[in-house]
Design a binder for this molecule. Structure first.
Ligand SMILES: [Zn+2]
Length: 89
């Protein structure tokens, strides 16, 4: 009988976990993106492709960010902000 209780607990926990995960993906990804980037842009067009979008690395500080939010330098380098693009020289 004990195993049944454990199985039930795991099942409920798993259901709760997937529900909260789905909620987080659906609801807060826009807010998260705004917080992470600092510069807020409407994310509607990239929202669906967010997970699949290419990630690039800031050549100055090493921060990973989506390609669409990055600034590109003179060569094949990417930067998280204008300040880092200038600093990198
Ligand atoms: Zn940077």
């Amino acid at each position: 009988m004990k195993y049944l209780i454990w199985a039930l607990l795991i099942y409920v926990g798993w259901r709760w976990y997937s529900a909260s995960k789905a909620r987080a993906e659906a609801g807060t990804s826009e807010a998260d993106g705004a917080q992470a980037s600092g510069k807020t842009q409407p994310q509607a067009e990239t929202y669906a492709a967010d997970a699949a979008e290419n990630m690039v690395r800031c050549a100055q500080c090493g921060l990973h960010l989506p390609l669409s939010e990055s600034l590109s330098g003179s060569s094949a380098e990417y930067f998280c902000s204008e300040a880092h693009r200038i600093q990198h020289h």
